[in-house]
Design a protein around this ligand. Sequence first.
Ligand SMILES: Cc1cc2nc3c(=O)[nH]c(=O)nc-3n(C[C@H](O)[C@H](O)[C@H](O)COP(=O)(O)OP(=O)(O)OC[C@H]3O[C@@H](n4cnc5c(N)ncnc54)[C@H](O)[C@@H]3O)c2cc1C
Length: 423
Amino acid sequence: MKEKIIIIGAGISGLCASYFLNKPNTVLESKPYAGGLCRSFYEDGFTFDCSGHFIHIKDAKIKNLVEKLCGGIDTIKRNTAIYFGSKLIPFPFQANLYYLDEKTKKECVDGILKRKNIEINNKMSFIDWSKAMFGSGITKYFMQAYNEKLWSWDLKKLTAEWTGAFVPKPDAQTIAQSAYKKNKIQYGYNSVFYYPKTGGAQKLIDGLLKKTNPVYNAPVEKIDVKKKLLFTSGGEKTYKYSKIISTQPIVELVKELINAPSEIKKAASQLHSNSVRCINIGVKSKKGLPKFLKGKHWIYIPSKKIPFYRVGIYSNINLSLAPQNSYSFYIECSSANGIYEGAESVVETLIKLGFIGLNDEISALNIVDMPYAYVIFDKNREQSLKKIQDFLIANNIFSIGRYGAWEYSFIEKNILDAQRLKC
Ligand SMILES: Cc1cc2nc3c(=O)[nH]c(=O)nc-3n(C[C@H](O)[C@H](O)[C@H](O)COP(=O)(O)OP(=O)(O)OC[C@H]3O[C@@H](n4cnc5c(N)ncnc54)[C@H](O)[C@@H]3O)c2cc1C
């Protein structure tokens, strides 16, 4: 049996690890296809992703690589909104108080002016952090309302460690002024983003597959770290490895280690995540997309009365994603226990809200469940993760990627981490 480097998972992280590695390696993928969460679906002329997979990049070299792999990308200026009180207001909420009714606006301005003067740090609970950062009004009307839906987790137990670039943080003066004067600044890490000219997020994966040929239907089931043997239930069943690069969820990886000490198993049991269902919908329409959604890329939905937290409009990203006389959405619902709102009631709600025209016809419906979606940042995560990673590295296992590193990462970071990996 020849010894080799084994890469677990043919998502963006695993394929990039293989792409950048200058040593022989084998990529094992449990599914019959590659892509992980960067996979696309082609149905009835529509192109769907696993909800919006837009590429935001800071590093110029990564941008060139992505452009080459995708065979061309569009540069898109973000146009997003928040569905608040039956109308769309600009994102982010905290820099656009101008658009609120007078009572809500007053509560938000009072809240920011009357914040407690305390030292803010990311280990605080998200709720305390948000109140200290934005005041009680903005917390109540957007930060708490939206994030309870996104995370499906008790926000008093979630820390603010994930907020980094993901939550725009205008200063208190800018926030208060935004109540009286329209804000013109585009906030956020993704104010400009990139997307393949055709074919959806999958184009990135297809580009990488030109260099790597994964073994499909080969779920890794057991790893003996002492004998350096890896067992799958498909393909060549036993592999002798020198090193493993794993991109599967680290909690699943730990379950597969037949000789991991109990403290490592215990540490893994303290890591949590939520799940997300993405409902992709293709709509045929003579009239076209309802006018109030014209040009919008995605919409945040904080209302508790609506069962989804975000709606994206693929056909506004790129015309090639939907056939003529049609438009297409992705709808995101999150869950702590894998139980979701049914697609039928989601469609009914979209019609009731006017997102889908009364006489329009649903011509494609595609449901993607993501059992691991957002990892939960809580008081145990950092310590438990360090314990597990130290053990893995000592045993020549490098766990990377969004779920391998158990982090809130995105495509550019996944590519960079795979490139920088020293093993
Ligand atoms: C709702 C949502 C929206 C997102 N939107 C964006 C966005 O707009 N832009 C962006 O940059 N990022 C976005 N992301 C993040 C992005 O999806 C991830 O950063 C990226 O896809 C992670 O890739 P990965 O390869 O690390 O993991 P994955 O995509 O999860 O790939 C892991 C692979 O390992 C395989 N695998 C698992 N277990 C085994 C096993 N035992 N044996 C063999 N193979 C196995 C899986 O089948 C899979 O193919 C979003 C994520 C979510 C959840």
